[in-house]
Design a protein around this ligand. Sequence first.
Ligand code: UDP
Ligand code: MG
Length: 142
Amino acid sequence: MIKPDGVQRGLVGEVIKRFEQRGYKLVGLKMLNVERSLAEKHYADLSEKPFFGALVDYICSGPVVAMVWEGRNIVLTGRKMIGATNPQASEPGTIRGDYAIEVGRNVIHGSDSVENAQKEIALWFGENLAEWTPAAKPWIYE
Ligand code: UDP
Ligand code: MG
């Protein structure tokens, strides 16, 4: 999910480009203003953290772009492409390492496990995902 700062800073195309060019398949995409209740559910695991209120404010501060990407090891590789939670620790070449400075404005969210990805897809998209076979598939996978 491209967070409100990523949208405001014009990074939607850049983020999509990186996942698309890596070879991953886009199966869900939408722009929306996030209701507090959705942001609170999405980050429920962090509800006891001192930054929870500010985090929910941040996610609700403008539209986000929610996406579902599919492909081999997408959760693990996607997290690598995104970089560390704190952009100060994110390597250059990662999205946060190239475009962010502060943890509270780190441009993008990525699911941290397959289980959480499934939960988050259900929460944000329900069953509404596209089914398609990219023409380039045999040029990406052996
Ligand atoms: N966050 C924050 N302060 C912190 C830790 C996290 O504002 O000290 C925010 C940050 O935007 C982060 C989000 O909370 O992306 C969710 O935290 P998590 O630990 O799940 O990091 P992520 O999975 O996004 O790397
Ligand atoms: Mg997380």
